[in-house]
Design a protein around this ligand. Structure first.
Ligand code: GLC
Ligand code: CA
Length: 530
């Protein structure tokens, strides 16, 4: 049986707005994104995940939706979206789109109608209280920055619930009419050819007062999707304790993919400590996905790096190593830095990419990390990691021809990560650039589908700073070693004798009787007998 497509995919997260502007208005758009499909295919991407591009007042990067079934005119038209999907499919790239069903913008017509008229059928689309709820001390996802979870609406003269910012009113999923809207939305986009959905803030979506069977909603959405397109998926943003994760997978009839936040945080702890143990522990902690289930493995994304899966002390260690300054943090301890500045030297950035591609699941890259883009800590909250893609050294970075003040966000143009230094064009010309490395790594990864399709065995660590894993199919075994330390190490591994090296951080001598050597932050991937 061949594996479902998402188990051997390489996913690339991209925000249309900051990727490529085609008409000089300073804002990325669908024609621009379409024009870069060649770049993505060449990189080895087989699926893009698009951040929300729906009509939106855009106060939370589009996660405050005003119409689930449209394209914001700043990014183009529905026809241009359709053209993009067609071009993507022609290029062998699938399309997964973000679905923030937990809430809508307070400017969404549903909320407008609900607040104006208590008798409106839309009133019950939201969660209201006539009196000020005393749980106003309850903190939402953004901590102090969002000011509680109940907001007073002057028009309705009532309080509405919001898990996130006050301008994002939570939808009432206990109301079947709301669930019907979800299904209609999913069908709308499936009919336009999308291959799946990245489901936003899933724990907030399903856990709601008055809902007795929270995960039933996931089954209902699964049924609605697969009735139209059996191979279309849901990829869930589910940052919960490991013992709760299995409930989101269900028995293969809920969400196909869950982004592995637990592993993500422990990768940074392991990198900070230069020890394999946190990754080994995280791999043990999380459940085995059910048949059809898959982990999404990632290093960074468009949000701040949440270290909530770690203990207070562990978080402090990661902060001390990777985010030592106050302005690198937001929401009480999340890291608002991009991968390259966060990890510092490039050997570690390459090591992290090697982990991304060889930890169990499907890799999910964040646009710009393949060239080691930097961040802009002067921008507010998470905008620091959302600066425009750096294509060239020229004015506008090849992203736009618009003058500075009209650009959607500033382009990084000073310091080590300035677009004059860090850009696609330059790295395409250098055989040993980070981009060239990531391309090679992705090519090598495609030769090792076992990583996405077989279970991961953590091998007894030959050295506390070395992570050793194996994926065994009937035909062969894939072995991967990572040296998380800044020193050269040599480890003994019986399996390595006779194994074929598939990929590494550089040239190595053949495996000898003395063992397998690894440079500081080095890694080696092998294929051998199972
Ligand atoms: C998710 C998104 C984040 C957004 C939030 C509210 O966590 O990843 O960017 O702000 O949901 O929609
Ligand atoms: Ca534009």
């Amino acid at each position: 049986m061949t594996a479902p497509w998402y188990k051997t995919a390489v996913v690339y997260e991209v925000d249309v707005e900051s990727f490529q502007d085609s008409n000089g208005d300073g804002i990325g758009d669908f024609p621009g994104l379409s024009s870069r499909l060649g770049y993505l295919a060449e990189l080895g991407v087989t699926c893009v995940w698009l951040n929300p591009f729906y009509p939106s007042p855009n106060h939370d990067n589009g996660y405050d939706v005003a119409d689930f079934c449209g394209v914001d005119e700043r990014y183009g038209t529905l026809a241009q979206f359709d053209a993009f999907v067609t071009c993507a499919h022609d290029a062998g790239v699938r399309v997964v789109i973000d679905m923030p069903f937990n809430h809508v913008s307070v400017f969404h017509p549903w909320f407008e109608a609900a607040r104006r008229d208590p008798a409106s059928p839309y009133r019950d689309y939201f969660v209201w209280r006539a009196d000020k709820p005393d749980d106003s001390a309850e903190q939402g996802a953004f901590g102090e920055l969002q000011g509680g979870v109940w907001a007073y609406d002057t028009v309705a003269d009532a309080y509405y619930y919001h898990s996130f910012y006050p301008f994002q009113a939570d939808l009432n999923v206990a109301n079947p009419a709301v669930v019907e809207e979800f299904k209609a939305t999913l069908r709308f986009w499936l009919a336009r050819g999308v291959d799946g959905f990245r489901m936003d803030a899933v724990p907030f979506l399903v856990h709601q007062e008055g809902v007795e069977q929270p995960y039933a909603l996931l089954r209902e959405l699964y049924a609605a999707i697969t009735a139209v397109r059996p191979d279309a998926i849901q990829m869930g943003e589910v940052n919960v304790a490991p013992e709760e994760l299995a409930r989101y997978f269900g028995t293969g009839d809920q969400m196909e993919m869950l982004l592995n936040f637990h592993l993500n945080a422990h990768v940074y702890l392991a990198l900070a400590r230069e020890r394999a143990e946190p990754i080994e522990r995280a791999l043990r902690d999380v459940p085995h996905p059910p048949p059809g289930g898959q982990w999404g493995v990632f290093l960074r994304n468009h949000d701040a790096l949440t270290l909530s899966p770690l203990s207070e002390d562990e978080r402090r260690e990661v902060h001390a190593t990777f985010a030592p300054a106050e302005n690198m943090l937001v929401y009480g301890g999340e890291v608002r830095r991009r991968l390259a500045p966060l990890l510092g030297d490039e050997a570690r950035v390459r090591l992290a990419h090697s982990l991304l591609l060889t930890l169990p699941g499907t890799p999910v890259l964040y646009a710009g990390d393949e060239i080691g883009m930097g961040d802009d800590l002067r921008l507010r909250e998470r905008d620091s990691v959302r600066t425009p893609m750096q294509w060239t050294a020229g004015e506008g970075a090849g992203f736009t021809t618009a003058p500075k003040l009209r650009r959607v966000r500033p382009i990084v143009d000073t310091g080590r990560f300035a677009h004059a230094r860090v850009n696609v064009e330059r790295q395409e010309a250098e055989p040993n650039s980070l981009l060239a490395f990531v391309r090679r790594a992705l090519r090598a990864r495609r030769e090792l589908p076992e990583v996405g399709t077989h279970s991961c065995d953590v091998l007894p660590s030959p050295h506390p700073g070395v992570l050793a894993v194996r994926y065994a199919s009937d035909a062969r075994a894939v072995y991967v070693l990572h040296n998380l330390t800044g020193s050269e190490v040599s480890v003994k591994a019986a399996w390595a004798v006779g194994a074929r090296e598939v990929f590494a951080d550089g040239e190595y001598e053949a495996v000898g009787a003395v063992g397998v050597s690894l440079r500081p932050y080095g890694f080696r991937w092998f294929e051998g007998a199972s």
